[in-house]
Design a protein around this ligand. Structure first.
Ligand SMILES: Cc1cc(NC(=O)CCC(=O)O)nc(C)c1Br
Ligand SMILES: [Fe+3]
Length: 250
């Protein structure tokens, strides 16, 4: 989905994206987590939010897989968010598409701008569709997990929050990141027009604490070309050998 910029790509400091990209490169390199507030601005942010609310009203969301928590005895579910996947071409998502384009541009430019065109030593060349998630309040949450524990190719998690007047004391719903190698936790309130990036692998286990108001977020996962290629190759091999085994049994 990206049109590659030449490797010798350098931004001029007057480019408005320049400082945001610098922020992203610096924070990802230093902390592995980056928070950008007022990402789209109030007007555009509200337009994106209205599209998501409209989708929710239309019943487009479906329940995220309810995995029963293996550890706990009662049948409590480990996540109770509602999700839907958007590629941005849908007629009712023009502003979500605008958001996706903005995030693509910043991630791609930051990747190109970092030392010799790699941020975190990744070469980012693609991403998943956008996952629009809604935690319907009532204590809905997501247990501590790693997005990409086994090298499936995803290197950066990018989350855009849409929640107006979100007060964590009243509404909960805090995203708590437990960066590897330190006792420090990063508590991120899912506030309106906030953009969050973090490395998707084991460096950043995270959880969503119980939310008591409806909590919306849009997530994109960016692929590292090499890790993704390897993951797909391994996946194909596993699928083929599974087919062969089944064929031999017949
Ligand atoms: C589908 C899916 C969603 C998430 N979302 C969060 O971690 C919540 C982040 C937030 O809303 O603050 N993570 C994984 C590993 C999968 Br899979
Ligand atoms: Fe996650």
């Amino acid at each position: 989905p990206f049109n590659y910029m030449p490797n010798s790509y350098h931004m001029d400091p007057s480019d408005p994206c320049y400082d945001v990209c610098h922020r992203l490169v610096r924070d990802m390199t230093q902390y592995g987590v980056c928070v950008l507030d007022n990402f789209l601005g109030k007007e555009k942010g509200l337009l994106v939010r209205n599209e998501v609310l409209e989708m929710y009203r239309l019943g487009i969301f479906s329940a995220g897989q309810l995995v029963s928590n293996p550890k706990s005895k009662d049948s409590q579910t480990v996540r109770s968010d509602l999700i839907t996947w958007i590629d941005g071409k849908e007629t009712y998502c023009q502003y979500i598409k605008h958001l996706i384009t903005q995030v693509d541009n910043i991630v791609l430019r930051a990747n190109k701008m970092a030392n010799n065109g790699r941020m975190g030593d990744y070469l980012i060349n693609g991403r998943t569709k956008a996952m629009v998630a809604c935690y319907p309040g009532l204590g809905s949450h997501y247990v501590k997990h790693v997005d990409n524990p086994n090298k499936d190719g995803r290197c950066i998690t990018a989350i855009y929050y849409l929640n107006l007047d979100w007060d964590v004391m009243k509404c909960g719903g805090l995203l708590r990141v437990f960066p590897e190698g330190t006792d420090q936790v990063a508590d991120i309130a899912p506030i309106f027009d906030r953009m969050l990036f973090f490395w998707s692998d084991r460096r950043n286990p995270h959880e969503v604490q119980p939310a008591y108001s409806t909590r919306y977020a849009i997530t994109l996962w960016y692929f590292d070309s090499q890790e993704r290629e390897l993951a797909l190759k391994k996946y194909k091999e596993q699928a083929t050998s599974a087919l062969l085994k089944r064929a031999q049994r017949k």
